[in-house]
Design a protein around this ligand. Structure first.
Ligand SMILES: *[C@@H]1O[C@H](CO)[C@@H](O)[C@H](O)[C@H]1NC(C)=O
Ligand SMILES: *[C@@H]1O[C@H](CO)[C@@H](O)[C@H](O)[C@H]1NC(C)=O
Ligand SMILES: *[C@@H]1O[C@H](CO)[C@@H](O)[C@H](O)[C@H]1NC(C)=O
Length: 234
């Protein structure tokens, strides 16, 4: 009886272990577009912080270069970087085994207008706010917003909220402010409202206490779910 449950647990553990070692790359301030000279901090949130990770990027000039290797500066657990247009590209976290996170596209402009749009995929049903900003004017100016090249809205306050986003809102967005110019374009990705759940690692020593705790986490929003506790061993 006892042996059977140990075997079951070991099977469960090996099943769960294969889904671990995931991380989420976060960008602060949270935006996919920046002005030349802005300060950006990138970090990896992961379940197992001992796993070790590096931040890498592809730009139009260089592929798979690591933070600190000619760009960015390591600061404990984040990569800090003062961005310039040549820093535009795809960024991701990587462990020795390979990529472990989502990828994000960052665009840096030498121009005077940016669109602040979500850098991470947004979930179906969420409200999304887009902000059209100039480099020089502190207050918000009237702006026009475009999706896939067509004008969708003109807003006197420079920001626009898309309520309850659906898959059809996915696309390439940009904005312009008359007299200041146009922003670069950025993709907004909309994902299904029910993201897959990943599980944190289960340590074998927990078995000797007669129970193991399985801690599910959602991959995209990282909201912890209630722990699942199995205590069938004793
Ligand atoms: C980065 O560049 C490498 C080498 O060209 C390529 O194999 C890889 O798929 C690129 N990764 C991304 C996320 O674009
Ligand atoms: C890097 O950024 C973080 C977060 O903004 C900050 O706490 C830290 O002091 C910065 N480190 C350096 C070396 O700039
Ligand atoms: C990054 O941008 C490229 C080109 O615009 C696009 O094909 C790709 O899907 C984007 N990736 C993400 C993660 O947004």
């Amino acid at each position: 009886m006892k042996e059977t449950s140990v075997l079951c647990l070991l099977f469960l553990i090996s099943l769960l272990s294969s889904t671990t070692n995931q991380a989420r790359l976060t960008v602060s301030p949270s935006s996919s577009q920046f002005f030349k000279g802005d300060f950006v901090s990138l970090s990896c949130e992961e379940d197992d912080s001992s796993a070790g990770w590096t931040l890498r990027r592809n730009t139009s000039k260089q592929q798979r270069t690591q933070c600190g290797d000619g760009w960015g500066r390591w600061s404990g657990s984040s990569c800090n970087i003062t961005v310039y247009p040549w820093d535009s590209g795809v960024y991701w976290c990587e462990s020795r085994e390979g990529p472990i996170s989502n990828m994000v596209n960052l665009t840096v402009t030498g121009g005077s207008v940016i669109l602040q749009s979500p850098v991470l995929p947004v979930m179906e049903g969420d409200d999304v706010t887009l902000l059209c900003k100039t480099k020089t004017t502190p207050s918000n100016l009237p702006a026009a917003f475009y999706k896939d090249g067509s004008l969708i809205r003109k807003q006197p306050t420079g920001h626009m909220t898309i309520q309850h986003v659906s898959r059809s809102d996915e696309g390439l967005y940009k904005c312009d402010i008359s007299g200041h110019g146009e922003s670069p374009s950025s993709w907004i990705t909309v994902t299904e409202s029910d993201p897959p759940v990943i599980y944190s690692a289960v340590r074998t020593e927990d078995i000797s206490y007669g129970q193991i705790t399985i801690r599910p986490k959602r991959t995209r929003d990282f909201k912890p779910e209630p722990d699942v506790v199995y205590s069938s061993l004793k």
